[in-house]
Write a protein that binds this ligand. Structure first.
Ligand code: ACO
Length: 388
């Protein structure tokens, strides 16, 4: 029967390991322009959002696809504030976690557990999913903060619905209301991390969604994928590099030495951006302001020398700072321990994950790729008592 283009055992297919350059859906949520260094949410430039918007408004843009009017903005703020509280059962679960459990693992477990208390968990309608998305977004800061307080042996701080999302997250973590600059810097960091197209965690969520699993299950899959150091963990490594360097006068030699030994400087380079990552440029400015406010300018000065040296040495390879180079520094200056960096990333990215899943369900198709078999085809089964 004619010739088939299908690969056979003799004619292997092209394997797209890592799915580089594979498009899996059309989207209107997020556009990453790697050549011009632009990032858009539903067409809105994140530079404008970072300057004029709030995380709550960004959530509305991501899940509704438009700017809210005054009433819609009030509504999304109220919904997020009212749903921030977590039940005593969930706090009890957080107390059961081993003291050294990584906070990102605790968040993953808690999301799974919280789903059992949502009466709409298995309602697959778009309206129910939009409501569940907002409930999830609302609860993430509380889950992260409550677990952090518990593992420190401190009293859990309940949410204050009169405060904004980012401000209350910092208050629930530290037990005191943050200064206005710290609250604004975290708000901007949440805006900047809220989505970044079909990255590994968004894709993990999409794969789970494609089976028509519930929204909570898709988010558990996303958190699992975010955990890895190749995805959500690079900001920790970038901060550790700066701490190892110790002083600005050591920074140039450290970078040159790393490059001479063919090492990578964490927080630089990106698969998509071949110019400055726009998020890095915004966070750099806030890192500077924050370091001045906190009187901790040493690390910022180190970051400047590292940045200038890497850009000077690797310009021909189009290597520039990415968002992780400055987000680690910003979170450190806000007083977050390094193992809260990835959960804080999740507190923001939950907005993008839910938006992608809801969008995917509008035209769902089960994700079922292929793998090319290279094992034996003639293995003979030998009963156990006859095996050597
Ligand atoms: N430091 C030093 N050299 C670098 C760096 C870096 N951070 N990044 C890339 N290069 C060099 C590579 O050595 C390579 O050089 P060569 O052509 O002489 O071999 C060239 O630039 C191309 O690098 P690749 O790794 O092939 O680029 P790719 O697009 O595959 O990788 C990646 C992008 C993985 C982000 C890479 O730049 C990297 O490992 N950076 C450090 C880790 C990091 O900061 N990750 C966070 C990314 S942002 C995010 O996920 C939110």
């Amino acid at each position: 029967m004619g010739t088939s283009a299908k690969p056979t055992l003799e004619t292997p297919p092209r394997i797209d390991k890592g799915l580089d350059d594979i498009y899996v859906k059309e989207t209107s949520i997020c556009f990453v322009d790697g050549q011009r260094g632009r990032l858009l949410y539903h067409g809105y430039d994140i530079r404008d959002l970072a300057q004029y918007s709030t995380f709550e408004e960004t959530v509305f843009i991501l899940i509704h696809g438009k700017l809210p009017n005054r009433e819609e903005l009030t509504q999304v703020k109220t919904t997020l504030a009212e749903n921030r509280a977590i039940s005593p059962e969930v706090v009890k679960l957080l107390r059961c976690m081993p003291p050294d459990a990584p906070p990102i693992d605790v968040l993953r477990t808690a999301v799974s557990y919280v789903s059992n208390y949502d009466p709409e968990r298995d309602d697959p309608t778009r309206a129910a999913n939009m409501r569940k998305a907002q409930r999830l977004i609302a609860k993430f800061p509380t889950l992260v903060a409550a677990h952090h307080r518990i593992r420190q042996g401190m009293k859990v701080v309940p949410p204050d619905p009169t405060l904004a999302h980012a401000e209350d997250f910092l208050r629930m973590l530290t037990g005191k209301k943050p200064d206005p600059l710290s609250a604004r810097v975290l708000d901007v960091a949440l805006i900047l991390h809220a989505d970044h197209s079909m990255n590994a965690s968004a894709f993990a969520a999409t794969v789970a969604a494609s089976t028509l699993a519930d929204l909570y299950s898709t988010i558990v899959a996303a958190i699992a994928a975010l955990k890895g150091p190749l995805h959500g963990g690079a900001n920790e490594a970038a901060l550790k590099t700066m701490l190892v360097i110790g002083k600005p006068e050591n920074a140039e030699a450290y970078v040159l030495d790393t490059l001479k030994n063919h090492g990578k400087v964490f927080g630089f380079g990106h698969r998509v951006y071949k110019t400055w990552d726009p998020r890095a440029l915004i966070l750099r400015e806030y890192a500077k302001q924050l370091s001045e406010l906190k009187g901790q300018q040493e690390l910022f000065h180190i970051s400047e020398v590292v940045q200038d040296t890497v850009v000077r040495e690797l310009q021909s390879k189009h290597i520039y700072p990415n968002v992780d180079f400055y987000s680690g520094l910003v979170y450190h200056l806000l007083g977050l321990p390094t193992d809260l960096f990835t959960p804080t990333f999740a507190v923001s990215r939950i907005a993008g994950w839910t938006a992608h899943v809801i969008e995917y369900w509008e035209d769902n198709r089960l994700v079922r790729p292929l793998d090319y078999y290279v094992g034996p085809t003639d293995a003979v089964y030998v009963p156990l008592d006859q095996r050597p």
